[in-house]
Design a protein around this ligand. Structure first.
Ligand SMILES: [Zn+2]
Length: 276
């Protein structure tokens, strides 16, 4: 699933090419991507409007439109939002929605697995989008501090891996970047929140920001489906230290990396660098 760096990369790539172009047509090829709205109403409300801005919260993309509307997209497992400068270019097989900009190309929402969603709401009215309404702190924002990490872990007997994946605490971390951050901070994914010392939380805080920053610089991690807003692969898969590398050598100490289920997710770690 695309995580913060991938969604942020899509945002940065699309922003300059979709801004202020009037939406001349809206084609809906997969109705169920639309939440709480019919394709007819969706087309009627969006046609003629322009995108004024594109922001991100956690793994959500928020397209700001004229008439105080916001179009909220979640890519889920395999969603891709791709700008095509020429509408004559053949559509991918699993294209769910196309926003046409006339002679200025189009924006295509492709999704093989069909879990992606689109919500059209009035500015800031997110009650119908539960995950967005309850999102926690942005890990690259100022509010994300060592003290905040301490507050969300101090009395918790849950695993640190589970706490990092909880979107209502920290927004945008998923399996890949949680594992990479824990490795960098030398913390075992099964450590409980209340067992972590201040110096470990400091390392974790630094590791999360470092890993996310480098992954954004690398335009995200493409293991299979993820593409940038221009349909290109990211490069951070080449920089991963532990994720998906069970049986390979730890780049720090050389022992075999392992994986196990933690908080319901396959978690990759070094049994020597990250002690239980
Ligand atoms: Zn190691």
């Amino acid at each position: 699933m695309p995580e913060l760096p991938e969604v942020e990369t899509v945002r940065r790539s699309l922003l300059p090419v979709i801004l202020h172009k009037p939406i001349e047509s809206v084609e809906v090829h997969y109705e169920r991507i639309l939440q709480h709205i019919t394709p007819q109403e969706f087309q009627a409300r969006l046609t003629g409007l322009r995108f004024l801005d594109l922001t991100r919260r956690g793994k959500y993309l928020i397209f700001h439109l004229e008439r105080e509307l916001e179009l909220v997209a979640h890519l889920r497992m395999t969603g891709r939002l791709i700008y095509c400068s020429d509408s004559a270019i053949a559509q991918a097989k699993h294209t769910s929605v196309i926003f046409g900009f006339g002679s200025a190309g189009d924006l295509r929402f492709e999704d093989v697995r069909k879990f992606a969603t689109l919500d059209l709401v009035k500015i800031g009215e997110y009650e119908q989008i539960k995950g967005l309404a309850k999102l926690g702190v942005e890990p690259l924002a100022e509010e994300f501090t060592v003290q905040f990490l301490q507050e969300i872990t101090v009395n918790r007997s849950a695993t640190i891996k589970g706490i990092l994946l909880d979107q209502s605490k920290i927004a945008g971390l998923g399996n890949i970047y949680a594992d990479e951050s824990l490795f960098l901070a030398k913390i075992h994914p099964e450590r409980t929140g209340n067992s972590l010392q201040k110096k470990e939380l400091k390392r974790l805080h630094q590791a999360i920001q470092k890993v996310l920053g480098l992954a954004i610089e690398g335009q995200g991690t493409t293991l299979r489906d993820y593409r940038t807003g221009f349909g290109q692969e990211g490069s951070f898969q080449n920089e991963l230290q532990v994720y998906g590398k069970k049986g390979e050598k730890c780049p720090r100490c050389g022992v075999d990396l392992e994986h196990k289920k933690v908080a319901g997710r396959t978690s990759h770690y070094c049994p020597t660098c990250q002690r239980e």
